[in-house]
Design a protein around this ligand. Structure first.
Ligand code: SUG
Length: 445
């Protein structure tokens, strides 16, 4: 059956800020406590969605989440009216207030893991909301992520949305950021590749020493079970613990795949040869040949890959059979990466085009083009069955730009999170957004 990939980009929420909440994510730590520009962040993300939709790629969005998370703040002992809760949290623990306000759901690659209907035992598209339990500010996203996914993919004949795995370290799950589907084409059975950073129940397995490994093997296996994936078409690969310690906190910071192509860094995996061998054998079973596009350390050191987010790119199939690489503009600014990319597109590989975007507001928190999107391959019938109000069109783009201009601030300092007016502004913005998207029950205000 033919299918088309949709990228569901996260619409950046009005409380986008730099709070330095992600230990192990170099950019988040470097920009801690600087002022953000939520309006610009949202407009940068919308510009990417619009441009890719205009090129004919399947493009939709996932909405921002309700912030601040008053339920979290009240559950840890901040009491009183909303304004009192905010004032007490700001005084006693500004960092927890920042967690409750984080706009991190914009990075929808972490919202869920998705298996298309061609891969699952029951022929439905499966989603498992990611528990993101490694970081406080992300660990409560899954409730609203599952809610939004259920609102968009409501038809149970086609779709199954699973709740997050148990929120405990053994099941650390970061969603599609560590999951890649390789295939001959989007509509036929593919190979699902899960990359994990550590194994909970094998103390002898290698693990990073400095920064956390957010994804466990046990979580990846649980998601594969929930989705009814076949063992022969599911591959588990260990991430190289040394690169996690260099700031590669998700596999999508060091590798990206599309169709039969895997674009990856030499140091991405703990056992490169073993990983490629597993993938080649699994892909042979679905009639595809792996096209491994390896970037050597000598050409691009890991530090440059992290600084530029070369691999946090989108690899998109074009109508002519070639692929475009959607990159952040930082790739043009890091000399080794810019030189590598010039050679790549000129050199006759499957990738013959670069499309770059200014996503600097998100990049400063460690979120590039690939973090900002969740891939969902859908047949025509499935695409017709999903909620249409989130599909990017010229009209929706203009409506959302006007909505952002009306509701978003153009500067947010860490201290502004204590301003009770901000909570009211976010609430009003989201109420209007649920009407724009035609999802009236989206928020549980
Ligand atoms: O989880 N940054 C996010 C970036 C997520 C990127 N996603 C993928 N690679 N798929 C994170 O580390 C920073 C928030 C702050 O510091 O304010 C943050 O959460």
């Amino acid at each position: 059956m033919s299918a088309r990939e949709f990228n569901f980009d996260g619409l950046v929420g009005p409380s986008h800020n730099y709070a330095g909440l992600s230990f192990g994510n170099v950019a988040s730590f470097s920009n801690v406590k600087s002022a953000s520009n939520p309006k610009l962040a949202a407009l940068q993300g919308l510009a990417k969605m619009r441009a890719l939709a205009a090129r004919g790629f399947g493009q939709a969005l996932l909405p921002p989440q309700d912030r601040p998370n008053f339920r979290l703040l009240r559950s840890i002992g901040f009491t009183g009216t909303d304004a009192e809760v905010l004032a007490k949290a700001a005084k006693e623990s500004p960092v927890i207030l920042a967690c409750a306000y984080s706009a991190s759901p914009m990075w929808t690659a972490n919202a869920a893991t998705v298996s298309p209907s061609a891969d699952s035992a029951d022929g439905r598209t499966h989603f498992t909301a990611a528990n993101l339990n490694n970081k406080l500010h992300r660990a409560f996203e899954h409730e609203q992520s599952a809610r939004a996914l259920r609102a968009i993919f409501k038809d149970e004949k086609h779709f199954a949305v699973h709740d997050a795995l148990p929120g405990t370290p053994a099941f650390g799950d970061e969603g599609a950021a560590n999951h890649t589907r390789l295939c001959k084409d989007h509509g036929s059975s593919g190979v699902e590749m899960f990359v994990y950073g550590r194994t909970e129940f094998d103390a002898s397995a290698p693990a990073p020493k400095k920064y956390p490994a957010r994804q466990t093997l046990e979580a990846s296996q649980a998601v594969a079970r929930l989705h009814g994936l076949s063992a022969g078409r599911t591959v588990y690969i260990q991430q190289n613990p040394d690169v996690i310690d260099q700031g590669v906190f998700h596999n999508d910071v060091i590798a990206v795949g599309n169709a039969n192509a895997l674009f990856y860094h030499e140091q991405a995996f703990a056992d490169e040869a073993g990983a490629l061998d597993q993938l080649r054998r699994a892909l042979a079973g679905v009639g595809a040949d792996l096209n491994a596009i390896r970037v050597d350390t000598a050409r691009v050191p890991v530090a440059d890959a992290v600084a530029s987010y070369l691999f946090n790119s989108q690899l998109l199939s074009k109508a002519d059979g070639k692929m475009a690489l959607v990159i952040p503009q930082e790739c043009q600014e890091v000399a080794s990466v810019a030189a590598y990319l010039d050679g790549l597109v000129a050199g006759g590989s499957a990738i013959d085009e670069l499309i770059h975007f200014d996503l600097r507001q998100s990049m400063r928190n460690g979120g590039g083009p690939a973090c900002l999107r969740l891939r969902v391959a859908l047949t025509d019938a499935e695409a017709a069955a999903m909620h249409q109000g989130v599909v990017m069109t010229e009209a929706l783009y203009h409506t959302l730009v006007a909505w952002v201009e009306k509701h978003y601030r153009d500067r947010l300092d860490p201290a502004d999170l204590a301003d009770p007016q901000l909570a009211i502004e976010v609430h009003n913005a989201l109420e209007e957004l649920s009407r724009i998207l035609g999802l009236p029950g989206l928020y549980d205000f």
